[in-house]
Design a protein around this ligand. Structure first.
Ligand SMILES: NC(=O)C1=CN([C@@H]2O[C@H](COP(=O)(O)OP(=O)(O)OC[C@H]3O[C@@H](n4cnc5c(N)ncnc54)[C@H](O)[C@@H]3O)[C@@H](O)[C@H]2O)C=CC1
Ligand SMILES: CC(=O)C(=O)O
Ligand SMILES: [Mg+2]
Length: 581
């Protein structure tokens, strides 16, 4: 989208804009459209008088009407479509409505409902929502990129190759829906100006046979391209971002497990890149664990960790927590690694499984076979979760396996036998894939489990009759702040210490600090404040490490962050005689 209007003052605090659009052009621009909120003076000045009914509405009234229209949609997926179309009409109204019903509507535009919207993308398709880069068209990538980004000052690009979407696997071109949803969350929770964000899908084919067989599938109907051709395609794009938008944060979302960590390692020293499933999930889980060990009055280093599902999220969490243990408790990497027991679809990650099953990235965490000789295994020599729990007596059990119900009653009860306050985080999304319903885990542990989930769940009842609020340990509670902090200070990269600083700030806001029976993490309704605090901590850390790229000083971080935030409020428009820019 080309810029057609300019703010007289910086975007966040200004109220007056000179706008070059008129008539239908203005009404069909989601960035500038106000619908019935255009004043009579504006209607005259911009050729809108005959295009709108007479009454001028306030934003409050518009939100009230839109909310009633939304509620008339009888299913979450229809509500998702309604909100998608509202976004295409009027950004201020869309974001204002979401902000007013944050918890309720986040579940519609993000997990769990967005997973269904993505799975049905080709059937729900109405219009473009970002940049579709298809592998066979790569020779025109630079032209296509400039077509959409020329004259735009981008702060953020969210991209996906759609191989591991939200726990529902390979979704081909429909994965653009996760790029846009994550980008919306950046605006909603961190105030990123939506006109400075771009959503991208890399369509490198799909191995989802249902999509390949679907005549209405709108993506490139070929099997996934891998290897050098894939790497070159992604690299072309990253180099374009570096060339034209050197300060823009490049956020990777839902890449497959064979590419996610690898790409992060390749690019993280070159540019400010961030992998949300690895780093965002690692950070929010670290914060929840810090809060949980606060409740049990122990240290991260005192725990025994079973991580069930050793993919991007599982390994990201493991490394993040391991690094925090090393940094906090002066423990060697080798000793810290020994605290973790990783599991995947073939059971415990142990040495006899061999390189065909164990990805090289897991090598630090492979358990020696000798340790498991006395433990029952199946005919393939695989050790299951119940056996691992009985032997290890974990104090922490984290699920990111996409295996709904994997934490069975036997497993949870066995864990409770080994420790008084089991810390159980079934993090898989969407809700139907959760490893254990938190209500059950609470019941099987007589209310002793400290719980957090990836998608929203209703409170569980404690034996006292009090509600136990299930913390939503979703990376959305932290990634917008991590990203905003990095954009704000234009850090050359997103360092591990910046991420740990963000996690510490989030943990310091835990309601469980006030009362151990409270939720481990702040309520999602508080996510904007929380992400703001995270952003400030992250940017301040970048100054401390001397990787901030701005000329202002560290002590101005908070005020700069406030100034920079985009808010969904209408300004006053004046015609721009000179055609804007
Ligand atoms: N709460 C949050 O903020 C986040 C939650 N997630 C969720 O975590 C889950 C995994 O996501 P990613 O790590 O990105 O995917 P991934 O595909 O990288 O990892 C999944 C891992 O689980 C393993 N797995 C599959 N079936 C299994 C089984 N039956 N038993 C044990 N392991 C099994 C896979 O082999 C793979 O290694 C998804 O449901 C995703 O939605 C992911 C990122 C953030
Ligand atoms: C939350 C998220 O990033 C995921 O489920 O993949
Ligand atoms: Mg994700």
């Amino acid at each position: 989208m080309h810029r057609v209007a300019k703010a007289l003052f910086p975007m966040s605090s200004e109220k007056i804009f000179r706008v070059a659009l008129r008539g239908d052009g203005l009404l069909t621009s989601p960035r500038w459209n106000k619908g019935t909120a255009f004043t009579h003076e504006e209607r005259k000045a911009f050729g809108l008088t005959g295009r709108l009914p007479s009454r001028v509405n306030t934003l409050d009234e518009q939100c009230e009407r839109a909310y009633a229209q939304l509620q008339a949609r009888d299913s979450p997926i229809r509500q998702n479509s309604f909100l998608q179309s509202l976004k295409e009409q009027n950004w201020v109204l869309y974001y204002s409505l979401l902000s007013r019903h944050l918890r309720e509507l986040t579940s519609i535009i993000y997990t769990p409902t967005e997973a269904d919207a993505i799975a049905n993308y080709s059937h729900l398709f109405r219009r473009s929502e970002g940049m579709y880069l298809t592998l066979p068209d790569q020779d025109t990538m630079e032209e296509d990129f400039l077509e959409q980004t020329r004259d735009r000052d981008l702060d953020l690009i969210v991209c996906t190759d759609s191989e591991a979407i939200l726990g529902i696997g390979d979704q081909g071109v429909g994965g653009i829906g996760i790029s846009t949803a994550k980008s919306v969350i950046y605006t909603l929770l961190a105030g990123i100006d939506p006109s400075k964000a771009l959503s991208v899908v890399f369509d490198v084919g799909t191995n989802n046979q249902d999509l390949l067989d679907d005549p209405l599938y709108v993506g490139w109907p070929q099997r996934r391209v891998r290897g050098k051709d894939y790497d070159n395609f992604i690299d072309r794009f990253v180099q374009l971002v570096r060339k034209y938008h050197p300060h823009c944060l490049l956020h990777f979302e839902d890449f497959g497990v064979t590419n996610a960590q690898r790409l992060l390692e390749v690019y993280r020293d070159e540019h400010s890149v961030f992998n949300d499933d690895i780093q965002g999930t690692g950070a929010v889980t670290l914060a929840a664990l810090m809060a949980a060990v606060g409740v049990t009055k122990s240290r991260l280093a005192d725990q025994r960790y079973v991580i069930y599902g050793a993919g991007s999220a599982g390994l990201g969490i493991t490394r993040q927590v391991r690094d925090a243990i090393m940094a906090t408790d002066d423990i060697s990497r080798e000793d810290a690694n020994k605290m973790f027991f990783l599991m995947d679809r073939y059971g415990l990650v142990k040495s006899s499984l061999g390189a065909d099953k164990i990805r090289s990235e897991l090598s630090e965490f492979v358990r020696p076979d000798e340790e498991w000789q006395d433990v029952p295994a199946n005919e393939k020599g695989e050790v299951g979760l119940l056996e691992v729990v009985k032997k290890v007596k974990p104090t922490v059990l984290i699920g990111c396996s996409t295996k709904g119900g994997a934490f069975t009653e036997d497993v949870v009860r066995a864990m409770k036998e080994g420790c008084d306050r089991p810390i159980i985080f079934p993090l898989s999304n969407p809700s139907r894939l959760v490893e254990v319903d938190p209500k059950d885990a609470n019941e099987w542990t007589a209310g002793k489990a400290l719980l957090a989930t990836g998608s929203p769940f209703p409170p569980a009842k404690m034996p006292s009759g009090k509600d136990y609020i299930i913390a939503e340990c979703n990376n959305a509670l932290i990634y917008p702040g991590l990203g905003f902090g990095s954009m704000l200070c234009q850090s050359r990269r997103m360092s591990d210490s910046m991420i740990i600083a963000g996690a510490r700030r989030l943990a310091a806001l835990s309601p469980a600090l006030e009362d151990p029976d409270n939720a481990l993490l702040p309520d999602f309704d508080d996510a904007p404040r929380v992400n703001f605090e995270v952003a400030v901590a992250v940017a301040e850390q970048a100054f401390d490490e001397d990787i901030a790229g701005v000329s202002w000083k560290k002590e101005h971080t908070r005020e700069k962050a406030k100034e920079r935030q985009w808010k969904p409020v209408y300004g006053t428009y004046e015609p721009d005689e000179h055609g804007g820019y």
